[in-house]
Design a protein. Structure first.
Length: 404
C-alpha cells in the first residue's frame, strides 16, 4: 500500500518470480496471489502472509475464490486445476489438461443438472493442447468449466468427476464465461467464433463475425448482453440469444480485456494499442483513455462503478473516473503490471507485477481529492509562503485545505 505522495506503506513480498494474477475473497478477509514461481500465497487485510500453497509444477496463471470465501481455485501452466481450502490444504487436483491453464473464475451458486459423462476423470481423455482458461459455473455442487487448446471445453464436478466435454470448436478455446444466473455459457476461440451453450453444455448457437482469435468474452451483470473482443481489433455486442447488436471499431491493435460496469451501462475495452476505450451499452464511444506508454493487459471497474483501474506493461496502474478522466497514475512497480482487482468493499486496489510483488493501494486515500490536495499542500505550503517568487494570491492556495 502506498500514500499518494509515494511513501511506502506496505508491499507484499515473498514470491520468487513474477506475478500474473490476484484475487480478493468475497468477505474481504483474504488476498490470493498467483505467481510464475508455481505457488499461491494467501495474505490477510493486515498484509500478513498466512500461508503459501504448493502443488503446481509450473507457473500459476489465475486464482479465484468461491462465493463463500472458503475455497480457492487455481489454474497453471502445468495443465492442472486445483481446489484449495482457505487454510492451504489442497482439496482436489484436476489432471485433464496436458498444457497451460490461463484463467480461473467463480460465479454464485444456482441449480443446474449434469449427467456425468463417464464418471471419474478418464486419464486417457487428457486434452492435447493448451488450456487457456477455466471458470466456475454457479451451482450448489461446484462445477468447473475449462477451456483448452485441444478445441474442447470440459465441465468438471468439484470431486473430480468429468461431467461433459464440449467439442464444437475447430480451434483452441481461449475464454469461457457464465451468465450471472448460470444458465448460459459463452466461449471464445481461435476459430474466430463465439459459441453459446446451456449451463449443462448443450450448444445453442455459434456467433460468427470476428476475423481473428477471440481473446475475451464477458456477460453484462444484468445478463442481457455479451461482449467479445480479440485479435481483429473489434468488439462485438450480442444479445443473450446470440443476435449481433453492434460491432465496435476504433482500436488499433488486439483487444485483450473487457469489463462491464456494475450497472451494465458501460463497457471498457483494454487493447495492445496502449489505450482503454469506454462505450455505452449500445456501442457508442464515450471516451478514449490515453496515457499508458505500453500495452494494456488488465482493467477492472470498482464495485460502485465510479472508477476504472488499468494495468499496463509500462509498469504503471492508472485510476480513471467513470467519464474517462485520469485521476492518478500509480507508479511503484519495477516491472510490467499484468492484473488489477478491487476488493469487494471498494476500499483497496491490488496490482500484480512481474517485479514479484503485489501492491495494495488505499483507495480511500488515493481517490479522495481533498486528501490529494492535503498531501500536496503538506509538501508545498511552506514553499508557497516563503518563496519570494510566488505570487501573493498563490501563497494562500492551501489556506482552506483540510489536512488529514
Amino acid at each position: 500500500m502506498w500514500q499518494i505522495d509515494g511513501t511506502e506503506l506496505a508491499v507484499l513480498k515473498g514470491h520468487q518470480n513474477g506475478l500474473w494474477a490476484a484475487a480478493f475473497s468475497p468477505d474481504c478477509q483474504m488476498l490470493a496471489s498467483a505467481s510464475l514461481d508455481s505457488t499461491i500465497k494467501l495474505w490477510t487485510p493486515k498484509k500478513t502472509l498466512l500461508t503459501f500453497l504448493q502443488g503446481h509444477q509450473d507457473a500459476v496463471w489465475g486464482v479465484d475464490f468461491s462465493p463463500d470465501s472458503q475455497t480457492l481455485v487455481s489454474g497453471s501452466w502445468d495443465g492442472a486445476i486445483k481446489l484449495w481450502r482457505r487454510d492451504g490444504q489442497v482439496l482436489k487436483s484436476f489432471e485433464g489438461h496436458d498444457e497451460a491453464v490461463f484463467d480461473v473464475a467463480v460465479a454464485p451458486p444456482v441449480k443446474a443438472n449434469f449427467p456425468s459423462e463417464n464418471g471419474r476423470v478418464n486419464k486417457k481423455e487428457k486434452n492435447q493442447g493448451k488450456s487457456k482458461s477455466i471458470e466456475l459455473l454457479p451451482t450448489p455442487e461446484l462445477i468447473i468449466a475449462s477451456a483448452s487448446g485441444d478445441k474442447t471445453i470440459k465441465l468438471w464436478q468439484s470431486d473430480g468427476t468429468l461431467l461433459k466435454t464440449l467439442r464444437k470448436h475447430s480451434s483452441g478455446v481461449y475464454t469461457v464465461a457464465f451468465s450471472p444466473e448460470g444458465q448460459l455459457l459463452a466461449s471464445g476461440s481461435g476459430d474466430q467464433t463465439v459459441k453459446l451453450w446451456t449451463g449443462e453444455g448443450q450448444l445453442l448457437k455459434t456467433l460468427t463475425g470476428h476475423t481473428g482469435i477471440v481473446f475475451d468474452v464477458v456477460f453484462s451483470p444484468d445478463g442481457q448482453l455479451i461482449a467479445s473482443g480479440g485479435e481483429d481489433k473489434t468488439i462485438k455486442l450480442w444479445t443473450r440469444d446470440g443476435t449481433l447488436l453492434n460491432t465496435l471499431t476504433g482500436h488499433d491493435d488486439s483487444i485483450r480485456a473487457l469489463a462491464f460496469s456494475p450497472d451494465s451501462q458501460r463497457l471498457a475495452s483494454a487493447s495492445w494499442d496502449n489505450t482503454i476505450k469506454l462505450w455505452t451499452r449500445d456501442g457508442t464511444l464515450l471516451a478514449t483513455l490515453d496515457g499508458h506508454r505500453d500495452r494494456v493487459n488488465g482493467i477492472a471497474f470498482s464495485p460502485d462503478g465510479r472508477f476504472l483501474a488499468s494495468a499496463s506493461l509500462d509498469k504503471t496502474v492508472k485510476l480513471w473516473r467513470d467519464d474517462g478522466t485520469l485521476l492518478v497514475t500509480l507508479e511503484a512497480h519495477g516491472d510490467r503490471v499484468y492484473d488489477v482487482t478491487f476488493s469487494p468493499d471498494g476500499r483497496t486496489l491490488a496490482s500484480a507485477s512481474v517485479d514479484k510483488t503485489i501492491i495494495l493501494w488505499d483507495l480511500e486515500r488515493t481517490i479522495d481529492l481533498n486528501q490529494i490536495w492535503a498531501f500536496g499542500c503538506d509538501w508545498v505550503e511552506d514553499y508557497l509562503r516563503t518563496n519570494v517568487n510566488v505570487k501573493e494570491q498563490d501563497k494562500k492556495v492551501c489556506d482552506n485545505v483540510r489536512h488529514p
